[in-house]
Ligand binder design. Structure first.
Ligand SMILES: C[C@](O)(CO)[C@H](O)COP(=O)(O)OP(=O)(O)OC[C@H]1O[C@@H](n2ccc(N)nc2=O)[C@H](O)[C@@H]1O
Ligand SMILES: Nc1ncnc2c1ncn2[C@@H]1O[C@H](COP(=O)(O)OP(=O)(O)OP(=O)(O)O)[C@@H](O)[C@H]1O
Length: 366
């Protein structure tokens, strides 16, 4: 069965709106196996959601796409874009990290800009929800407020995709269950199921198969953001180049990180952090070596490239130490910007509009 514009009785009349907040991630362990025939790598990874967020507001526009205006703060930059490739008419506006014109002059434009057409992963997510629910015609405006740096190894696009899945499900009242949303998420990208779930989880397969892990404690992170982004496929390709000729079996298991998470001791976790993509990221961005050593010298109990980079993640011994570390790191001038965050944070959830749920205590940052 197909439906045209979702009917008012479903709550998706013009002006209906829902805002979903989704978290960034850091890989506490990223073991990478050899290249598979399908172009992916088997991984064993432990992911933690941290309190850097993207907010996605999905609205049924009151006016025709292209003529709608978007609310923005005086300093924000909007990128109106339109996807009308199907019966879905979707416009996108971006403010914050990755909005065009709002990035440092030295950044690489192709990976650091958030696209606003069908190539925006949130738009693709909306298409998947419509398809799963049998909706063939609808108008939608997606306003992204990005707090997660773009192409930075923190799964910002994946967070937006997870947010769009939850937002469209709520806005269109499609009633898709969590397992179906997780399945759609895995089709969008290896990292997408995780920001849907949040918390701390073990990822296997290409990273999309998640299992809960027993984790105690709260962890205080400091992130050193870099100018420009790194392309995830390029970092994996560099990983392949570096491992060429070496006999490699499967990805390294995450036992040390899992044991540390059970104790809740940040020092133990800091010593156990592993990222098999780090040598590749450092090869592509040699300057990150200095960022990592600076954080360690300033007292971080763990220092690692986040995912495919170029963000560097530092684990602090506690909340106070994270404030001191962030201030010192910012003062050293080795990073474009420094952000503090706590983990684990909650997964993608409605924070305003239909079905608003209260924001949890770990959901709003340190
Ligand atoms: C580096 C990580 O962020 C760690 O969590 C993820 O592995 C990347 O996940 P992602 O950005 O969602 O990646 P996808 O969109 O699924 O894949 C993009 C590209 O990254 C490479 N890729 C990704 C995941 C994986 N397990 N092996 C890969 O080789 C492939 O070249 C793929 O074409
Ligand atoms: N909503 C979006 N937000 C950010 N980037 C997007 C979005 N949609 C598409 N992209 C594209 O995806 C690319 C990767 O961006 P993203 O911020 O997800 O990188 P990442 O955090 O390094 O990814 P990961 O950690 O999952 O490998 C960008 O270069 C951008 O062109």
């Amino acid at each position: 069965m197909t439906r045209s514009h979702p009917a008012p009785r479903h709550g998706a009349h013009a002006g209906s709106t829902v805002t979903v907040r989704a978290p960034a991630k850091v890989n506490l362990h990223l073991g990478v196996g050899p290249l598979r025939p399908d172009g992916y790598h088997d991984v064993i990874t432990v992911l933690q959601a941290v309190s850097l967020f993207d907010d996605l507001t999905a609205t049924v526009p009151a006016t025709a796409p292209g003529t709608s205006t978007t609310a923005s703060t005086p300093t924000a930059v909007d990128q109106p874009g339109s996807d009308t490739s199907t019966g879905l008419e979707i416009t996108v506006a971006v403010t914050g990290e990755g909005a065009a014109g709002n990035r440092p002059a030295t950044s690489t434009p192709d990976v650091s800009i958030v696209p606003t057409g069908l190539d925006n992963i949130a738009v693709r997510a909306a298409h998947l929800v419509a398809e799963a629910a049998g909706i063939t015609s609808a108008r939608l405006h997606l306003a992204l407020t990005k707090g997660i740096p773009v192409a930075a190894g923190m799964a910002g696009g994946s967070a937006d995709a997870a947010a769009a899945l939850v937002a469209c499900d709520a806005l269109w009242q499609t009633g898709l269950d969590r397992a179906t949303l997780a399945e759609l998420a895995a089709r969008l990208g290896s990292d997408v199921p995780f920001p849907l779930a949040g918390g701390t989880a073990l990822g296997t397969g290409r990273g999309e198969q998640l299992t809960d892990v027993l984790a105690t404690g709260e962890y205080y992170w400091v992130f050193a953001l870099a100018d420009g982004g790194l392309s995830t496929p390029a970092v994996y390709a560099e990983f392949d180049r570096l491992s060429e000729g070496r006999l490699r079996s499967g990805p390294t298991p995450a036992d040390d990180v899992l044991a540390a998470l059970r104790t809740g001791d940040p020092r133990q976790l800091g010593a156990a952090l592993v990222n098999d993509l780090q040598p590749a990221a450092l090869r592509l961005r040699p300057a990150l070596r200095r960022v990592l050593s600076t954080g360690t010298e300033l007292g971080a109990v763990g220092a690692i490239v986040s995912g495919s980079g170029p963000t560097c993640a530092f684990l602090a011994a506690g909340a106070t130490e994270s404030i001191e570390l962030a201030a010192s790191l910012a003062g050293m001038g080795v990073a474009r910007a420094v952000r503090r965050a706590a983990g684990p944070a909650a997964g993608a959830r409605v924070v305003a509009g239909a079905g608003t749920a209260p924001v949890g205590p770990t959901g709003d940052g340190p």
